[in-house]
Ligand binder design. Sequence first.
Ligand SMILES: Cc1ncc(COP(=O)(O)O)c(C=O)c1O
Length: 447
Amino acid sequence: MNQIMNKAEGDINCTSARTEWLESLPEKTIKKIKEDADSFLHQALSTPCMEVLEECDGPYIMTSSGRKILDFHGNNIHQVGYRNKQVIDAVIAMLTKLPFSPRRYTNQAAIELAQRLTTKVPGLNSVLFAPGGSEANSMALKLARIATGKFKVVSMWGAFHGAGLDTISVGGEASFRKNIGPLLSGTEHVPQPDSYRSFWENDKEQDIYVAYVRQVFECEGDVGAFIAETIRNTDVQIPTLNFWQKIRALCDEFGVVLILDEIPIAIGRTGRFFAFEHYGIVPDIVTIGKGLGGGVFPMAALLTNDKFNIAAEHSVGHFTHEKSPLGSAAGLAVLDIIEEQHLLQRTQQLGELMKKRLLEMKDRFEMIGDVRGIGLLWGIDLVTDRITKNRAADEAEKVLYDCIKNGLSFKVSLGNVINLCPALIISEPELNRALDILENAFRKFIH
Ligand SMILES: Cc1ncc(COP(=O)(O)O)c(C=O)c1O
């Protein structure tokens, strides 16, 4: 398996390329970025910021230095695009009527959103809302403990499940875990499956991996939950049908609650409402978030089966903004837009376009080691050569900054994986333009 090198998503913000980029910005923008750095506590992946935003609209962000950029990152919240009128109208209508719903009361919008989410997939018919993805995963971990009476959790190295102390304990990224003191006990990590296609094409390697997970379940003896992303968002790892079916069967055999974290990839990103629908399995718990709040309100949820309605004595999630009428109004608008604009089918169609163009680029450029994707989530590995598959991190950075200058933003994961995640409402010409910008940057910086 390839070693995940000591570069995580976003740590490119302290390289010389970032400094050069910052120096190229207009004086007033540099001043604002400095004010930001002076005001906020510095933390990894955040400071110094890249630019100052003035507006966002549809698939675009607009910066104070006058750039209009197709945003292929969007923190995965922009399924229906930024500032979507239907979402904004719904939120404004709610703002003028019921901006908040205190605990012990409910409201029509929250009930309706819960009802609509729980009818998406048979078996996932109970819901809890939370103000963020990390909190939704916390609730899932707690519920699994209560349901099984077992507190141990198996998760993957390299995974991200949120920035809370419990979620970094099941997460597997050094920038969150190092030098922070004791983490949650009872967390066992298994390796991240390989990021190169050969792993997913090789049944034998997958069987070895599943056998390893089995051994962890057996030897720990009292594992309560297995948590993972169905499809890993950052470096776009797409397991095979077999893989998830085998893990599902293993969890059933050992009485382990299967928690699928779909916070960045549910709600249509892969061309299905939930990514697990591609695999013919249903998890015991799925967590969603990000785009659920329409890019306006922090809104997340766990969905599970009502057989887990067993925690009435516990406060599983006790959040001030739990049944937010604003978040629920935004969520309902998102569900309407997805249905009315047939965004799932559209995502599948535009995904085919992306696939065709990216595979053509792979044929043209030796330094593209792999192209992986589904729906409108694609990853491109830049490698020094296809034999060693060493990560071409410098080139990835050059490509990134060239693209931003020319109107396309995206995230680089693990130093060399270009992650492309456009708004699902993007038009075909806009998508082609973004891919032209990317291809031009490839022509300049890779061979
Ligand atoms: C896979 C995954 N899980 C959990 C989270 C945490 O979500 P939030 O930032 O809303 O707490 C994220 C956020 O990026 C994520 O990508």
